[in-house]
Design a protein around this ligand. Sequence first.
Ligand code: APR
Length: 317
Amino acid sequence: MVRKKIGLIGGGNIGATLAHLILQRDLGDVVLVDIAEGVTQGKALDLCQASAIDDRAGSIIGTQDYGALKGADAVVVTAGVPRKPGMSRDDLLQINSDIIRTIGQQIKQHCPGAFVVVVTNPLDVMVWLMQQSSGLPTHRVLGMAGILDSGRFRYFLATALGVAVQDVKTFVLGGHGDTMVALPRYTTVAGIPLQEWIDQGKLSSEQLNDIIKRTQNGGAEIVNLMKTGSAYYAPASAALQMVESYLFDQKRILPCAAWLSGEYSINNMYAGVPVMIGAGGAEKVIELDLNADEKQQFTSSVQTVQKLIDDLKTLGF
Ligand code: APR
């Protein structure tokens, strides 16, 4: 089998963590592209030496040259500026838009056949801009958000219930921001609906509300603790789950920012929904039957994203 080639644009915290995960799991060869001279080459060399110690076969190069992405099967984009304390994801809009537009054009030129996962914030707008500027088909350009938000929700629920996190399944939909929509009605613990755990007094409604708020604020909580950067281990794991599902045609159903054309009554826009990822990219959007309250939350979350896209268009994008 031909080895897979995985491009990582942005060799900062998330990019380098992804590179390490990919090499450790022997998923393919890595090209790490960053504008920062030297750092990327240094990280690549360090990772090559880690692979030698771990007896792994994959190779990695660090470069400033986008041409090295030629023929990449998948690309994860983390290039940009992360949040500092007090900044919202939306504060990054102008700075990161310039970066994403340039990168979209480079992807179009060097690896138009790739499956592209955008991680850069503000996520839902950046994935839209990536698709516009690269011109790649919408089913091959997705945004990483829902897996991360759902992972946070799962972790907090598992801790509160005192159960294994593997047994908690859930979906967090909508935009990757304070308006994200956690769905207790679509949450199960060992296959048992969360409501039954609440009915049995294992979790109070108040605790659940606090967990939902903490999930919505999950990124900022980490930014405030770290002071000089934002979360990167969990974002890297989440992006890799999407890439693996594509490269190995796993057909996993994962909450991601996906292009909607009529699903959830939304047209021509990205939003966080469950989507099946396989060799065809985003193969199918799964439509959940939302109740009136969930629908209202989802619509208002999507409207927040639409407003940012409108702002971006005003800025000439
Ligand atoms: N091309 C390539 N790399 C770039 C470019 C560019 N045009 N502009 C910036 N970069 C690189 C920076 O040099 C840096 O190495 O992007 C990298 C970003 O890394 P970090 O600052 O460590 O940020 P990280 O924590 O990895 O987060 C990246 O993901 O979750 C989001 O909000 C987060 O938008 C941020 C992104």
